[in-house]
Write a protein that binds this ligand. Sequence first.
Ligand code: F6R
Ligand code: MG
Ligand code: MG
Length: 365
Amino acid sequence: MKTTISVIKADVGSLAGHVLAHEALKKKCDDILSEAKDTGILEDYYITNCGDDIDLIMTHHRGEEDEEVHETAWNAFKEATNLAREMKLYGAGQDLLSDTFSGNIKGMGPGCAEMEFKERPSDPVIIFCCDKTEPGAFNLPLFRIFADPFNTAGLVIDPSLHNGYKFEIFDVIEHKKVIMSCPEEMYDLLALLGAIGRYVIKKIYRKDDDEIAASVSTERLNIMAGKYIGKDDPVAIVRSQSGFPAAGEVLEPFSLPHLVGGWMRGSHNGPLMPVPQKDATPVRFDGPPRVIGLGFQVANCKLIGPIDLFDDPSFDRSRVLASEIAEYMRRHGPFEPHRLPSDEMEYTTLPEILKKLKGRFEDIE
Ligand code: F6R
Ligand code: MG
Ligand code: MG
């Protein structure tokens, strides 16, 4: 029997402002998920949060896009929203775009990453959850994990990784997808992946046998809603060891706090800071953007763990570097490239200002 991991996340209210999902909301989600475990919809689950986003990590035997699993997550977020409204938490229900569930949570606001696989004798899985950024934030680290031999020694020295991986890329603007193969198409792949606001990695497969290796939530909430609601703080599931990159190879690229879109008002570039779960509290200028990494062993559809992987002194230097980069970027104030280019900004006053100035623009001789 195959095991499915579904990670579904949403921001349904936080304190103070957009910093932290309240414990009471996670407790509410726990009530709903524990009921789903009792009735056999779920085999197991773990609930966490990264900043203002609640992340439901669920295992079951129902495959991807299962209506009952998605409805369980929806109900959990609905109940948490009701409580958030009572508590007058900030942005209560902000990621739920509809009042009623309609079969699949995709397109309804929450982000969703899923994968189904036959368990190996031992199956280590790492779940990454971000806040104050967007799905393209995973492009650089996932490329490095599965395609960069300077990051992943196994690509060079382990025969079970040596043939490389296939990347499924979504064009989130045109709603199209393409599969590209590494290392043969590496330069073409990078031409797409560098455009992090448009081309995002959805899934990665091992080339030898098409085995699933990674899955990312790619929903772009603002495109769905037609206006800014919040950034689409993404989640990712990555399998590791024995034919996949080792856990240490999976974590390694996060030692560089690379620049991602998001941060204040979803409109600024900033460093992605790897933090222990307790430090997923984006407070400086509503940031800088955060990523947490939780390691589990998946055993007979149960989740053993987690270990909070960035809760380690070996990532201290990355956090100091992230703070230094944050300081440097902040000094630019409203100027690019700290501020995102106009077409990527989630808030803008520019059209109004240009309208006001219309009569005052003159031709340059
Ligand atoms: C970014 C984010 C925050 C808010 C900012 C303004 O994803 O959530 O930076 O954009 O705090 O929030 P509002 O518009 O709700 O006052
Ligand atoms: Mg929020
Ligand atoms: Mg968030």
